[in-house]
Design a protein around this ligand. Structure first.
Ligand code: THU
Length: 139
């Protein structure tokens, strides 16, 4: 699957977000090393702090679908304008978990809501010096 195809699936997922408080819809598509894809979107709550990000929603489905250790590539799209939506700090930490379990870096393709801009990152770029399962390996 191309980056554009994975972004298109993330965009479709964003359309199904439940984000009535921020009105900021985010979608995420995760591809496994075998080419399987799962998606998720942000889901907010009247108790604002309980809202769930799109990436963590999709990572939960990825664990059930093919296992976090098999995550290869992630696409994220959010908003409506030309600003590229990159994963928040908490989501970077959640993606780092998958990356360290898999033993390889995870690619993150980030798109703007209006489809005009794309940025490519890796989780190693987005959360340098991170703390993950590898740090606990000796316990
Ligand atoms: N959001 C995500 O789903 N992923 C991110 O990485 C950034 C933020 C959501 C959370 C909230 O529902 C809305 O976007 C505005 O912050």
């Amino acid at each position: 699957m191309t980056d554009e195809q994975l972004l298109a699936l993330a965009r479709q997922a964003a359309a199904k977000a439940y984000a009535p408080y921020s009105n900021f819809q985010v979608g995420c598509a995760i591809e496994s090393i075998d080419g399987e894809v799962v998606t998720g979107a942000n889901m907010e709550n009247a108790c604002y702090r309980l809202g769930l990000c799109a990436e963590q929603s999709a990572l939960t489905t990825a664990q059930h679908g093919f296992g976090l250790a098999n995550v290869a590539r992630i696409a994220v799209v959010g908003g409506t304008d030309a600003t590229v939506c990159t994963p928040c700090g908490g989501c970077r930490q959640a993606i780092l978990e998958a990356a360290q379990l898999s033993g390889h870096d995870v690619e993150i393709v980030c798109g703007s809501g209006d489809g005009s801009a794309v940025e490519r990152h890796t989780i190693a770029d987005l959360i340098p010096f991170g703390f993950g399962p590898a740090n606990l390996a000796s316990n």
